[in-house]
Design a binder for this molecule. Sequence first.
Ligand SMILES: Cc1cc2nc3c(=O)[nH]c(=O)nc-3n(C[C@H](O)[C@H](O)[C@H](O)COP(=O)(O)OP(=O)(O)OC[C@H]3O[C@@H](n4cnc5c(N)ncnc54)[C@H](O)[C@@H]3O)c2cc1C
Length: 428
Amino acid sequence: MMDRRQFIRAGSAASAASVLGLTAGCASTGAGAGGKVVVVGGGYGGATAAKYIRMWSEGRVEVTLVEPEAAFVSCPISNLVLGGSKQIADITTSYDNLAKRHGVKIVRDRVSAIDADKRQVRLASGGTLAYDRLVVSPGVDFMWDQLPGMTRPGAQDQVLHAWKAGAQTVALRKQLEAMPDGGVYALAIPLAPYRCPPGPYERACQVASYFKKAKPKSKVLVLDANEDVTSKGPLFKKAWADRYKGIVEYRGGHKLVDVDVATKTLKFDFNDDIKAQVLNVVPPMRAGDVVHNAGLTTANKRWCEVDWLTMESIAAKNVHILGDSLQIAPGMPKSGHMANQHGKVAAAAIVALLSGRQPNPLPIYNNTCYSFVSDTDVVHVASVHRYDAEKKTIVPVPNSGGVSTAASELEGRYAMAWARNIWADALA
Ligand SMILES: Cc1cc2nc3c(=O)[nH]c(=O)nc-3n(C[C@H](O)[C@H](O)[C@H](O)COP(=O)(O)OP(=O)(O)OC[C@H]3O[C@@H](n4cnc5c(N)ncnc54)[C@H](O)[C@@H]3O)c2cc1C
């Protein structure tokens, strides 16, 4: 008999297969599949691809995952660490099961260069790894040159982004704890596209929820480069008005152009300077350095374009790029859920290509993004996307998905179940 864990694992693999338009069993007919895959980055995209290539090739394809961090730390749910209802340990998962259960070789290192002609990557510690196919899911890196004050020595240790979960999440929570009651926390949001459209607004709710309980005279000032809230706008605005009246103030059209770290001042293109006790700057971002430096950011030197059937770069053969580094298709968010879907499409395509089969011609992707407006109540947005052979891109499926009508505790339970399931799907 299957235990609960096996059942969930079997269920998620089966649902992944159906998402990809594969009949059960078909995804794992890796007959003849063999070869070497190197995966760069063990986040939402890379960890999923590594595990599914091993599973769907029935262990025939050798997979090496290169990741500098000791464990996976999730950005989804990390805003709750700032709010105080979760700890960093709650959002951290070991890579051990990828190695022990799935035979992924884990190399704790950073890839410093990609040589697509020689089909090898260079490691920061020296040495190279050869591949037949390369998967790269490095997430985002920041365009600090757009905020000159942030390039000064020590600036980035004082003014935090906490837009990569981990040490900065813990450090920002400490800054919030140390702030006297009556202080102002100012959150600067860059122009879209950026990682996780609703993430900053969820963060405003989480910090406000902490202030409401612990320092009710304090304020959350949201300074958005976009004219208006970019995701779930009416739901976030309702939460600010109903739950955090007098605490959250939202100002659109505030494009940050510099930060004076010494005086804790934010400088904007048209608006007056703003000083606050805690500054939280989410900088403009682009694809991760490793793909940028390899010349794979073909869209505005910022994002990577791929063939959506295989996730293969349009600029480098045998190099598959996933996740936030991508130039998004219409209506596609930069989310962990979507990066997980990219990982499965790439895994299925790579196993097919290495076995001399055609990749699935009609991949279907879905996305659900939950946002906690308090420590228990949640709203969601969901969508389904599919390949359009004429346009050669992924398009939203009409009338699919939707948005919550109101925040609820029930959705809060769904949101935590989503998180546990996606962590298990990628890493268990
Ligand atoms: C506050 C916040 C809240 C969010 N909430 C949600 C949510 O509720 N739902 C949702 O779906 N998404 C959410 N997201 C978005 C989600 O975190 C990202 O979309 C997702 O992490 C993208 O996956 P990825 O694989 O592209 O990058 P990541 O998950 O960031 O993984 C990149 C990995 O690559 C590694 N790496 C980078 N460069 C190299 C290199 N040169 N060599 C080796 N390894 C390297 C990094 O160490 C990292 O582990 C949130 C994001 C934030 C910041």
